[in-house]
Write a protein of this length. Structure first.
Length: 510
């Protein structure tokens, strides 16, 4: 018997496991797909744990992955056979990787972080080819700012007359990024009978090292590449410096520019371009599995709303993450039940687990969304009760003070500063505005180890907006001052941020 045991392959694998050696298995596509969901939730948790390290773009990007990939994950997890699960998961991974170089790189990084490999699961990446619009005109791509691109831009557009339409500087984790939107006149001839709308240049800056901006000095732009990065001169005294920058012309006539004509000569015709296939649809979901997929999908869309800076502080990111943590592994576990009624019961229990984890903050959200999914359960009454209790607790007990006279937080750390000029675009007029994200201390009644909170502060029609890099350097004490002309100033960082309110206006950002 001893010899038979030693020669048995099945027994050898069991013995290896007893001694802690993991058996070598080929990559499992469905395991990778579930792990990618869990990695998204881990990224969201890390990027939202405290407002002083809030990473809005990481949160948005991690949630955005599951816009078109949530239902393919559930269809793969609930397939009846291992082969069908793998086939559907591979199709889902191919679809996911086909949505751009950044998405593919994210998949590789996060799979590796979860201990998985995508080797053999994805076809080789296809080279990027510029696209054409529905009229067959070549479209402007996103371009890294190089000396050649800077020179080309100066040829096609009148940069000395350009005006800043929007400036945004944001601390992402521990580094600064920026977005500059310029309204520019074209230097190339346009063959349209009607004069087209002014072109716009969208410039994204990474690892910003210097900001000097004054909304009274926004006309004229000089774009230069230097040994240590990219420099953008704004007006007479403004400066933006960053390690790298990308730009994209938002210009419906770009195909007529010198750069557009060069791209047109090398871009395949519209009919020859391969259309991107739709997301995988193979497989039918049971009632509870479809309900669970709908809940997760809606939650990710809700989390993704942090991409809108105006709403970022209203999204309960940490509560959503806590509710759905570990969802990837849980979905795969529930989907493995071979008997349909057991699989449905497992997904029903998973829905209840998610809802109860959401706590009072998400009680109203779950109580609203769960019935829409056709999943009915006795626990909904309890959720509604939680929602009513929380609504009553949150009701103001006294009139809200006038924001123009109410004191600001005693401490704050600037996370985002945005200035938008008054302008007209696509026939719609937009007023000038200022928007700030401040990390502020927790409420006084919170626990000692409670995280700092994100607070958005918005004001319309600022008379002046001044910003310097030093405004983002640590915690400071916001204050409102009044100058000799009775103008009110919201000041942060010893004047590194100074927003002036017009006299007799009640919509200042203080």
């Amino acid at each position: 018997m001893a010899n038979l045991a030693a020669s048995s392959p099945r027994r050898r694998v069991h013995t290896d496991r007893l001694h802690g050696a993991a058996p070598v298995q080929r990559n499992s596509a469905v395991a990778v797909l579930g792990a990618l969901l869990d990695r998204s939730l881990v990224q969201i948790a890390d990027a939202s744990s405290d407002a002083r390290g809030f990473d809005r773009e990481t949160i948005r990007a991690a949630a955005d992955v599951w816009d078109n990939n949530t239902f393919p994950l559930f269809r793969a997890a609930t397939a009846r056979t291992r082969g069908a699960r793998e086939r559907r998961a591979r199709a889902a991974l191919e679809w996911m990787a086909g949505l751009g170089e950044d998405r593919r790189a994210w998949m590789l990084d996060q799979a590796s972080a979860a201990g998985h490999s995508l080797d053999g699961l994805l076809a080789p990446a296809k080279p990027y080819v510029p696209g054409r619009d529905y009229l067959g005109r070549v479209m402007a791509p996103v371009m890294a700012v190089t000396p050649q691109i800077a020179e080309s831009l100066a040829t096609d557009y009148d940069l000395p007359s350009a005006e800043v339409r929007c400036l945004q500087v944001e601390r992402v984790g521990s580094r600064l990024v920026g977005h500059l939107e310029l309204a520019v006149a074209r230097s190339y001839p346009v063959d349209d009978v009607a004069t087209p709308e002014t072109a716009t240049l969208d410039i994204r800056l990474r690892d910003v090292t210097e900001v000097r901006f004054d909304s009274h000095d926004v006309r004229g732009v000089a774009l230069r590449t230097e040994a240590d990065g990219v420099s953008i001169g704004v007006g007479d005294c403004g400066t933006l410096r960053a390690a790298t920058a990308d730009l994209r012309p938002d210009d419906r006539c770009w195909h007529l520019s010198a750069a557009g004509r060069r791209a047109d000569a090398t871009t395949p015709p519209h009919d020859g371009q391969r259309a991107l296939p739709g997301s995988p649809q193979e497989g039918h979901l049971g009632t509870n599995a479809a309900a669970a997929a709908t809940l997760l999908h809606r939650a990710m869309l809700h989390i993704r709303m942090v991409g809108s800076a105006e709403h970022a502080d209203r999204v309960p990111v940490r509560d959503f993450q806590r509710a759905f943590a570990g969802a990837g592994e849980a979905i795969l576990t529930a989907g493995k039940h071979r008997l349909p009624h057991r699989r449905e019961a497992a997904f029903g229990q998973l829905i209840e687990t998610w809802a109860r984890r959401g706590g009072p903050v998400l009680a109203d959200w779950f109580a609203t969304v769960v019935p829409e999914t056709a999943h009915q359960s006795d626990f909904l009454a309890g959720l509604r009760d939680q929602a009513r209790v929380r609504t009553a607790a949150d009701a103001p007990q006294q009139p809200t003070p006038d924001p123009s006279t109410a004191p600001g937080p005693p401490q704050a750390e600037l996370r985002l500063a945005t200035y938008t000029s008054a302008h007209t675009r696509y026939g719609t007029h937009h007023n000038a505005s200022a928007l700030l994200h401040l990390a502020v201390p927790p409420h006084l009644e919170s626990a000692d180890d409670a995280p700092w909170r994100l607070r958005a502060v918005q004001g319309a029609n600022p008379a002046r907006f001044q910003l310097q890099t030093e405004a983002f350097q640590g915690v400071s004490h916001p204050r409102v001052t009044v100058d000799d002309h009775a103008a009110r100033h919201f000041v942060l960082g010893d004047g590194a941020l100074d927003i002036t309110r017009r006299e007799n206006r009640s919509d200042d950002p203080s």
